[in-house]
Design a protein around this ligand. Structure first.
Ligand SMILES: [Ca+2]
Length: 190
């Protein structure tokens, strides 16, 4: 005699279970992507901090040797690359950096130059390093300039270099930022 089971054996998954599983997977993928994105951004921030450290050492050595502040324009001829291009002025004992400064060293895709004055191109009048409201660093000094930097990236760099300095983050400390044209300025050496 045919015996009919009281409960049917389930096979496969219900639509609801599939939807729940897809939702969980989508969330996990999102979390991984966000973490990866954050890591990439942190990498860019530390790349700039590292470059500033390297340039500070190079600029200090150049200043000691020659008595002047170096400038290094990315993509320019030797005469405009005082740290990497062989110079003939008295005291110059470079190169002070392993390879010329290039646009590739701006992790944000814009331009990059090292200037020998904080008033280059009339962008700034100086730096208020201690955040007391007065720009105590004016005139000759080594300033790194980067373009194409987002406000979020600029703030991350500011946090890593200017931590604990009062005032508006973008106008005080060694890191300054002008949001209107996405330009970042870092006082490297003085
Ligand atoms: Ca700052």
């Amino acid at each position: 005699m045919h015996h009919r089971p009281t409960r049917s054996v389930r096979s496969g998954f219900s639509l609801l279970e599939i939807i729940v599983a897809i939702a969980i997977l989508a969330t996990l993928v999102g979390v991984v992507a966000m973490n990866a994105g954050g890591a990439v951004e942190r990498g860019k921030t530390s790349k700039v901090s590292q470059l500033v450290d390297n340039l500070r050492t190079a600029c200090a050595a150049h200043h000691v040797d020659t008595g002047s502040y170096a400038y290094e324009y990315s993509g320019y001829a030797t005469a405009y690359r005082k740290l990497s291009g062989t110079q003939t002025n008295t005291g110059w004992r470079g190169p002070y950096i392993e390879s010329p400064l290039t646009a590739a060293q701006n992790p944000f895709g814009g331009s990059i130059h090292l200037y020998n004055t904080v008033t280059a191109n009339g962008w700034l009048t100086g730096f208020d390093c201690d955040g007391d409201g007065t720009e105590e660093v004016t005139g000759s000094a080594n300033m790194l300039w980067l373009s194409g930097v987002s406000s979020a990236a600029a703030q991350a760099i500011d946090n890593s270099i200017d931590a604990g300095i009062g005032g508006t983050w973008s106008s005080t400390g060694r890191v300054r930022y002008t949001s209107g044209n996405s330009q970042l300025y870092v006082l490297v050496y003085r």
